[in-house]
Design a protein around this ligand. Sequence first.
Ligand code: MEV
Length: 320
Amino acid sequence: MPAISASAPGKIILFGEHAVVYNRPAIAVPVLQVSAHATIVADPLAPPHTVWIEAPMIGLSSRLEDLDSEHPIRVIFRLVMEKLNISHFPSAKVKLTSTIPIASGLGSSSATSVALTRVISTFLGRPFPDEAVNQVAFETEKIHHGHPSGIDNTVTTFARPIYYVKDQPMRWLTVGEPLVLVIGDSGEASSTAAVVSDLRQRWSQAPEAYEPLFDRVGEVAVRAREAIDHGDLAETGRLMSQNHALLQDLDVSSNKLDQLVLAAMKAGALGAKMSGGGRGGNMIALAQNENEAVEIAGTLEAAGAVHALITTVPTSGGKP
Ligand code: MEV
């Protein structure tokens, strides 16, 4: 049997991170320039039911059965096999690679789960439809961080801009004007799990302090959906900056992210905010056009971003 490969893109949250965990709406888009890849190939010479996993980006080289029983990779195998009623996996070699920086808010764990689920189910002769891939990736996100909203796995599975409310049917986002975004990497590694759990602890002690902030983030996301739909870039940018201020109030930003947001605004961005789990990872800025994006990217690198990436969300008709 020839090798089977699959991939899934990175993602960024445009609006509503953290509040989305508390059932407020959020908006996320795929980042197609970066992706996670999985490849599986049968290994007929290996002892029966031996699966070898190589994941150089996390320094992993191991037999599947030697991984902790709750290791996300092992859980993905278990979930796929359970769904397919298969008790033994044929001997195989799996390789996981990724160009998505880890712990940066670009969805590396989700994209890896999606790509791996696709190759395993295809290898077993029953390629999962996207809904089933999404379910497995969501279950796996629960291991990565206890209370995921499901937005990361959904946007990486379907690779389309989404307007997302937890436990509600997914809605595609309509985009009236292309969104030219600059993604600035603060270079600070950050664990989404740690930030989500810290916020949950603070919220559980004083829900009255946090619920109104979540409400305001949710209102911003609702207005942003409309602005993006109408192609109103100026309003979309303003709302991004408002969202960033609310994330600062939620105490999930960092000095470095705040500095980069400020630098982007000084360089002419229409709006800027941190993106994802926060306390490190990435920030995003909305540019008027490609040329301005290049300028903003240069300014961000001069202001200390370790890397700046330009990505464009095309209009819904696919026009770039
Ligand atoms: C992480 O990309 C987004 C968060 O809102 C967590 C989640 O939605 O699961 C911080």
